[in-house]
Design a protein around this ligand. Structure first.
Ligand code: SF4
Ligand code: SF4
Ligand code: F3S
Length: 267
């Protein structure tokens, strides 16, 4: 790794809340600073770059021309296609124009979070901007989906490290998610699972069973239908995850979870 050229990366932001970036910068293994300073060259990122305006646009153009077929394009957010894309424009261009230009010579695309992977909250009914996930707009390029709202920082960093280390994409499942992080349900690795198996459930958030840490299935936990690594990787340097904090899994890494979920009810 020490002798490898740093991997050029362009990171775009469209319709999103920037918490995917917030999650990424908290990765502790690997440390995000090591990644940013030693392994990749983050040539364009509206959140993390010092440059702005024309200088920033120039940096992106330079990477697209100088590193054709070499750079990784990361996309945070969905692309609005309604009303000719006017709902999200940067530097006079629509998100779709920017995406198509940047994708043309990218080696691969990483769709960060549920916004870029499946549309997330902007695509919830009635989806007024026609928010569209990246894989539906980009043709002929591999798209790695890293869903979650946001994804776990170490998962995001892990995907990049895999590409840097092995010079190839991680193994993906049938809908484009890295198998290493999305092949198990939250339910499969949940420490409350013995309570589920024993039929011991929280009936309401203020009951004695909640205090005892019983299973949250009856108060809406979507862990049985959600593929993510939260039970293993956990959040905030492995400290906790929603279920450990007493809240059921929302299913934030699953498609259409805002519409399908009825967040506090059993589907
Ligand atoms: Fe924010 Fe969630 Fe979208 Fe990430 S997936 S940008 S956390 S709304
Ligand atoms: Fe499954 Fe949720 Fe119960 Fe954990 S809390 S065992 S994920 S239903
Ligand atoms: Fe999301 Fe469920 Fe994990 S809500 S953060 S997938 S526990």
């Amino acid at each position: 790794l020490e002798t490898k050229k740093r991997l050029p990366v362009i990171w775009l932001h469209f319709q999103e809340c920037t918490c995917c970036s917030e999650s990424f910068i908290r990765s502790s293994h690997p440390m995000v600073a090591d990644l940013l300073l030693d392994q990749i060259s983050l040539d364009y990122s509206e959140t993390l770059m010092a440059a702005s305006g024309f200088q920033a646009e120039e940096a992106m153009k330079h990477t697209m021309e100088k590193h054709k077929g070499e750079y990784i394009l990361c996309v945070e957010g969905s692309v609005p296609t309604a009303a000719d894309g006017v709902y999200c424009m940067i530097g006079g261009k629509t998100s779709l124009q920017i995406l198509e230009e940047a994708a043309e010579n990218a080696k691969a695309i990483i769709a960060w979070g549920s916004c870029a992977s499946n549309g997330c909250v902007q695509a919830a009914k009635p989806n007024p901007t026609s928010a569209t996930p990246i894989h539906k707009l980009v043709k002929g390029k591999p798209v790695i989906k890293v869903p979650g709202c946001p994804p776990i920082g170490e998962v995001m960093a892990g995907v990049i490290v895999h590409v840097v280390t092995f010079d190839r994409l991680p193994e993906l499942d049938n809908i484009g998610r890295p198998k290493a992080f999305y092949s198990k349900r939250v339910h499969d690795t949940c420490y409350r699972r013995p309570f589920y198996d024993a039929g011991l459930y929280v009936e309401s958030f203020d009951d004695q069973n909640a205090k005892k840490g019983y299973c949250l299935y009856k108060v809406g936990c979507k862990g049985p239908s959600t593929y993510n690594a939260c039970g293993v990787m956990r959040w905030n340097n492995g400290v906790s995850f929603p279920i450990q904090s007493g809240h059921g899994c929302f299913g934030c890494s699953e498609e259409n979870y805002w519409d399908n979920g009825r967040l506090y009810e059993r589907a």
